[in-house]
Ligand binder design. Sequence first.
Ligand SMILES: NC(=O)c1ccc[n+]([C@@H]2O[C@H](COP(=O)([O-])OP(=O)(O)OC[C@H]3O[C@@H](n4cnc5c(N)ncnc54)[C@H](O)[C@@H]3O)[C@@H](O)[C@H]2O)c1
Length: 243
Amino acid sequence: MKKLENKVAIITGAGAGMGKVIAADINQDRLNTLDAEVKKLGGIITTIKADMANEVDVGAMINIAKTTYGTLHILVNNAGVMDNFQPVGEVDNETWDHVMKVNVDGPFKAMRRAIKIFMENGNGNIINIASIGGLKGGVAGAAYTTSKHALIGLTKNTGHVYAKTGIRCNAIAPGAVATSIGETIDITKITPMVQDRIMTGMALNPRIGEPNEIAAAALFLASDDASFINGAVLVVDGGWSAY
Ligand SMILES: NC(=O)c1ccc[n+]([C@@H]2O[C@H](COP(=O)([O-])OP(=O)(O)OC[C@H]3O[C@@H](n4cnc5c(N)ncnc54)[C@H](O)[C@@H]3O)[C@@H](O)[C@H]2O)c1
């Protein structure tokens, strides 16, 4: 079933799907691989190298939807970075600023531009990939936890305010998922206190999820099957945070 047939979607941090996809990422090699994979499956994809921490790149990403496909229906803010699990007393300015720029500023600026197109169209769909770190205090560092709480706040405000315009805005809060995000964590920065506190919660995680289990949730939220779901946070964590 082609749930998103004829829809134009932007996915940051790369990705794939049905319909016409604009995949944005800071990593050109990953975009090239994705481009080949999607085309091999007969999909329609446009890639754009874009840094979500750079407003000019965010603007170019939204513009390419207009210039290439004439419109935009779906924005998935997926790009995100971790923070080495540093608590408030240890986190440096550089880490804090970068995490906020990629995880909060980027989605905000992409949403602000996408909303203009959605308002013209009278419909639109935003999916923000948050984290259970946006609902809980003990699964990441201070910067990441704060950024994902902020992203959930932005999701709820948008869902609430635009509810009568045909636009929906939801968040997904994944638990631990087998992706390459771990490669970006410098474990030498994890102090014994953090190891003790964070690992207490990690031990309760029943399993690591697969990326397609998050993609399935995003496909559901993007489709009309979720027509009455707005301003919500869908936890997709195998039950980890249910404790
Ligand atoms: N993997 C997990 O366990 C997990 C858990 C909860 C939430 N999440 C969230 O899921 C989302 C996707 O993460 P992932 O696990 O697939 O990570 P990942 O590192 O495998 O993929 C993230 C992608 O974002 C890209 N990226 C990084 N910085 C960027 C920037 N400034 N501009 C544009 N693209 C950039 C990377 O090149 C990469 O392709 C993130 O928002 C993350 O916070 C992941």
